[in-house]
Design a binder for this molecule. Sequence first.
Ligand SMILES: Nc1nc2c(c(=O)[nH]1)N[C@H]1C(S)=C(S)[C@@H](COP(=O)(O)OP(=O)(O)OC[C@H]3O[C@@H](n4cnc5c(=O)[nH]c(N)nc54)[C@H](O)[C@@H]3O)O[C@H]1N2
Ligand SMILES: Nc1nc2c(c(=O)[nH]1)N[C@H]1C(S)=C(S)[C@@H](COP(=O)(O)OP(=O)(O)OC[C@H]3O[C@@H](n4cnc5c(=O)[nH]c(N)nc54)[C@H](O)[C@@H]3O)O[C@H]1N2
Ligand code: SF4
Ligand SMILES: [Mo]
Length: 732
Amino acid sequence: MAILSRRRFLQIGSGAGLAAAVSSAAPGAGWADLLGPAAPGDRIETVPTYCDLCFWKCGAIAYKKNGRLWKLEGNPADPLSRGRLCPRGTGGVGTHYDPDRLTAPLVRRRDRGDEEWVEVTWDEALAHVADKLRALAREHGPESLAFFSHGIGGNFLKHTFKAFGTPNLVAPSYAQCRGPRDIGFQLTFGEEVGTPERTDIANARCLVLLGSHLGENMHNSQVQEFADAVGSGATVIVADPRFSVAASKAKHYLPVKPGTDLALLLAWMNVLVTEELYDRELIEAHGFGFDSFRAEIALRTPEWAYPITTIDPETIRETAREMARHRPATLVHPGRHVTWYGDDAQRSRAVALLNALLGSWGRRGGFYYPASLPIPKYAGYPDYPKSARGPVDNPDGRYPFADLGLTNGIRAATLSGEPYPIKAWFVYATNLLQAMPSQEETIRAIQKLDLLVVVDTHPSEIAGWADVVLPESVYLERHDDLNTEPFRRPFVSLRQPVVEPPADQKPNWWIARELAGRLGLEAFYPWRDVEEYLDARLSGAGLSLAEMKRRGVFEGAAQPLYFDDGVPEEFPTPTGKIELWSPQLAEKGFDPVPRYTPHQEPPPGAFRLLFGRAPVHTFSRTQTNPLLAEAMPENEIWVNADVARRLGLASGRRVRLRNQDGVLSDPIAVKATERIRTDCVYLVHGFGHTAKGLRRARGRGASDAQLVTRYAVDPLMGATGMNVNFVTLEEA
Ligand SMILES: Nc1nc2c(c(=O)[nH]1)N[C@H]1C(S)=C(S)[C@@H](COP(=O)(O)OP(=O)(O)OC[C@H]3O[C@@H](n4cnc5c(=O)[nH]c(N)nc54)[C@H](O)[C@@H]3O)O[C@H]1N2
Ligand SMILES: Nc1nc2c(c(=O)[nH]1)N[C@H]1C(S)=C(S)[C@@H](COP(=O)(O)OP(=O)(O)OC[C@H]3O[C@@H](n4cnc5c(=O)[nH]c(N)nc54)[C@H](O)[C@@H]3O)O[C@H]1N2
Ligand code: SF4
Ligand SMILES: [Mo]
């Protein structure tokens, strides 16, 4: 029974249900035949690869039946899937068969955004793009090109554009996602949390989640570890304005007021310090500035935090003591999508500091030390040219702690022409209209460009604004670079084609190499095809491509994970210590110990707009997938049940959301529920598509991105906090 309910909550490895749903979901006859059970005499083949439905990159085994894609399962040899895929990974089959895919290169017929196209050949499309880029480079320098990408598929194009000479390379996974977290930890421990997160959830005795809604946020092995921790009796503490799936597993659920987690974190630290419950030995040996830190923290009592957070002082004390009881195996999860309120790097720093007091860094059940295999880069490349001008996204180091490119910084520079003009955007696998705040600014910036090229699998919203659209084959039809992310045990995994693309789609490596050739950068592609490149890298580590093609994954020897196993207790901050009071922040004029400053509250009658993940979808990229759309065709707006009653809105009634700037959403069904506070509403991100070509997804549900017209920029590192928008509900 326990196992059953754990499985259900996990929803991992339950692919059978999805496949069963298919027959009714799929367009056209023959679909049920394709995905239904095998019959005697069917020819079954397997090909190992790794998943691309999100960026956890789980190792998978693809099955073919009579030469056609049949099903996907986890690769038991792979540490990220542990033999099971999440529902999205299982539904990856639908990406190959999706009838709404792009099939040929397209050139814009009339105005930008009209979504009217002329089909052209690859040769015409690439020649056109290369001519344009060369002309722009002549007139404005190669730096006038900006490259936006998300995911490992962007690696080869990044290589081409570095060779072209631009330093303007960005991804939304930084300034719209995890950037502030990595800066907060970097400032404190001198190291980042990384991807996959180095969180030892499996061994945690107490797990504290601030928003991180594991189980809806479906990063595979992380959710499996969470289920294991819950199964073995770990205490779970969840602070979330919404009673999430994770909250349903919690001993303590704290319905914190949105935007006030920093006050809660400070109060927890106050209890640990004033009651002397923290790891004194660690702090004495390795803490920097503890006395100043303590003086500041002494002011942040649970009584101080109560009116801010609405969490009563006794609960704050009790949960802090609970954390102390299990330390150092108490893990305060650093979160991932942390761009909420604009003070996110400081909030993340407070999370790091709380972990420091608990002594969980470098300890079992806290944060382990990950390792990756020493797979060399490809050796035969020439040096990249040195750009004459630095990146535009962070002029004069305005955001002193930004250590990767800022998408919003590129957009701002495109709009202002400062510090120098950006004339072309090349966009790979990121739907900037759904991923970045303020669609209006994005569209205005696009209108200033001389060239917008989008490489996508689908006629997405961003593709709709492009001058040239290049159709990519999906991950099941192509190679990508090797996955060598650091993890518990070092490993490498291979993505390789399972089936042929259905039409004239091409893989990113081919596009990148062909474009380089037309830009006079042939020297940067000494390999003939991608297998030669992969084999060169693998053999540099004593592995072979032939072997990897059979196995999909190779794991290296186990390494020490914790200080207790022999990892040296080193903290590569400027002081060489855990910086409790931060000289780095003080020097730049920021609070050396985080301080809470209140955020604007929704006006009477309005609600703060919150959003997050659903187990069966990834961002805005899966709503057209026939299998996943069947599992969840649209989103709902969560409204507190009392509020809904007061507004006369029963579950299922359709409303539109109007934000503070008058933007009105598409209709969305109400979900009246006790599981959310009265001061906010919540929806799953990624719905409410508007692109004409996304026939299955268009007009289904509402888009949070459309309503995020306002954002708060993090002064430390430039990320965009997006939970600062307010909506009212109007009957649709
Ligand atoms: N309002 C709001 N904004 C957010 C978030 C949110 O919750 N709400 N979340 C933020 C977070 S955490 C992140 S990480 C980012 C994610 O941001 P993105 O990665 O930009 O996410 P998507 O919107 O899914 O855009 C993916 C695009 O890539 C295309 N695509 C999918 N597969 C392939 C492929 O194999 N090849 C190519 N060439 N294209 C492909 C899809 O069709 C789609 O157009 O968004 C951030 N922005
Ligand atoms: N199924 C699925 N899983 C995914 C993804 C996906 O697209 N689909 N994307 C992956 C990626 S790239 C990322 S970054 C992660 C994102 O997943 P998370 O890092 O977990 O982040 P969010 O999606 O922002 O989290 C939303 C949760 O935070 C709560 N919340 C909102 N405001 C506040 C607040 O002020 N305080 C507190 N304490 N809680 C608040 C919301 O109620 C909701 O439960 O998910 C990853 N996993
Ligand atoms: S977590 Fe799910 S969607 Fe992401 S890579 Fe793994 S199986 Fe694929
Ligand atoms: Mo993310």
